[in-house]
Write a protein that binds this ligand. Structure first.
Ligand SMILES: C[S@@+](CC[C@H](N)C(=O)[O-])C[C@H]1O[C@@H](n2cnc3c(N)ncnc32)[C@H](O)[C@@H]1O
Length: 297
């Protein structure tokens, strides 16, 4: 995510709602686990909070260097996985924090840059890693068995044609291994029954591969445990998710937690005017919980 190559910086989603939910207090510390271009962090700093910002994408650092840090606030940026946010906070000598914000998924910069390999509408190397360590989407697509691919596409993409798509991928890679997003999007389109194209046929499979390659759901589960652990009494957990798999994990975690109390049963949604200005906000669901000083009965 090099800032220079991104078309537009990321527009923060439900910014006013996130700030209100965090109830930012001057001089207290907040963790922004998904720094991105820093829109949410900047607003917390402007409200007088101090921020420990985390992002696993090395490109986020350039945005961190451009932030305005008001007098009296402190700011730390770490290029790390948010699943370790409690130990990262402790290493930064923060014993308890007043809020943890997670704005899940990928940023517009990551999606807009063809060379990051997230987008099925643009041709680029088949990569999809937020952090350029570990196996890329190309390695998964070219080496996993047909059954493994079908399971990933079904589980993380909720794609009803996962088996047909996996079969097509295996057939195709025997002729030429996949190197680009364009090749994969084309193969998936060929596997799709022609009458069933309500959305781009590759949308769900690309989502599935991205979630798998970045272990997004595993990282979220760990981060929720870590957040519950590092929040001070009355601290706020604020999570923005963009698809049902993520939202379900957040909802169940809060419900089953002994120390977190949901602020509302239903998630908050973006306003119509925000959705008109920023279509990415359409699928956003905001869940907010408060850390209790004593276990729920
Ligand atoms: C939706 S964007 C956040 C945008 C940000 N709130 C803003 O206003 O610019 C999500 C960011 O979280 C990062 N991210 C996703 N999963 C992560 C993880 N497990 N650990 C650390 N960063 C992660 C991505 O690299 C991406 O930059």
């Amino acid at each position: 995510m090099s800032g220079a190559a991104a078309k537009e910086p990321h527009v923060p989603v439900m910014l006013a709602e996130c700030l209100a939910a965090l109830e930012v207090q001057q001089g207290r510390w907040y963790i922004d686990g998904t720094f991105g271009a820093g829109g949410h962090s900047q607003a917390i700093l402007e409200a007088g909070g101090s921020v420990l910002a985390i992002d696993q994408d090395p490109g986020a650092r350039a945005f961190a260097e451009r932030l305005n840090i008001s007098k009296g606030s402190e700011f730390i940026f770490l290029q790390q996985n948010f699943r370790f946010l409690d130990s990262l906070a402790k290493q930064s000598r923060l014993a308890g924090v007043a809020g943890v914000l997670l704005d899940l998924g990928v940023s517009s910069m990551q999606l807009d840059m063809a060379e990051r390999g997230f987008a099925f509408r643009q041709d680029g190397p088949l990569d999809m890693r937020m952090n350029p360590e570990g196996p890329s989407a190309a390695e998964v697509v070219n080496s996993y068995t047909q059954d493994e691919l079908a399971a990933i596409i079904y589980k993380y993409g909720e794609e009803r044609y996962s088996r047909r798509i996996a079969r097509k991928i295996v057939e195709q890679r025997e002729k030429t291994p996949f190197e680009t997003t364009g090749q994969l999007a084309e193969a998936i389109a060929q596997a799709y029954p022609p009458g069933y194209r309500r959305e781009h046929p590759a949308r769900r499979s690309f989502q599935a591969l991205r979630i798998y390659v970045n272990d997004e759901l595993g990282a979220l589960e760990d981060a929720l445990v870590a957040a519950e652990n590092i929040l001070a009494d009355s601290g706020k957990l604020v999570v923005l998710s963009y698809h049902s798999l993520e939202d379900r994990i957040v909802k169940h975690f809060i419900r089953n937690s002994s120390y977190l109390k949901a602020e509302s049963k239903k998630p908050l949604l973006a306003s119509d005017s925000e959705i008109t200005e920023n279509p990415r906000a359409r699928s956003a669901k905001l869940r907010v919980a408060r850390k209790l000083s004593e276990a729920k009965t």
